[in-house]
Design a protein. Sequence first.
Length: 192
Amino acid sequence: KGSSEPGMTEKRLAGIRQKEQRDAGEVLGLSSVKFLGYPDSYLTPNLDVRRDIAREIRRHKPDVVICQYPMRILDGGWGSGHPDHIAAGENTLAAIFPTARDHMTFPELVDEGFEPHKVAEAWIMGHPEPDLWIDISDHMETSVRALTSHVTQMSGQSFKEVFDRTIEWRGERGKGHGMPQADVFKRIYYRR
């Protein structure tokens, strides 16, 4: 729903945003992007979303899952957090543990052929107390190309403007850790 363009419709914007996400995925070398079909701005922590994420975890059997921080941060930084991102983080963490690992939670997933899977780690983006720094200096151009694939969310900013801002922002993250630019996460370990 995040568009101030006159005449934009919900359906048209959803199609544009899906194309932008596929384009970003292609830049990053992803073979596919899965959309679960939930409407923009209405995502909540709920059992349907948790089940759908658990299905994908069981389908792909990842060792690591990256997700959003599931709490609102009121520090005056990047706003107060988009409700969809907060809900996505909560649903994902609940899907990792215990939903994806337990055969009695959503037994219909087993009936569909998706056996339980135990994820080893969750890496949480946007956490106020990160404990994992990854040097991404060699990948900044690719990262910004993926980011700028989301044209409708760039507010008319040029690639150079986004690149310069991202270099500065990720430089702040790497400072003190021997990295020119870094992505940071809170790492959660799960027993397998």
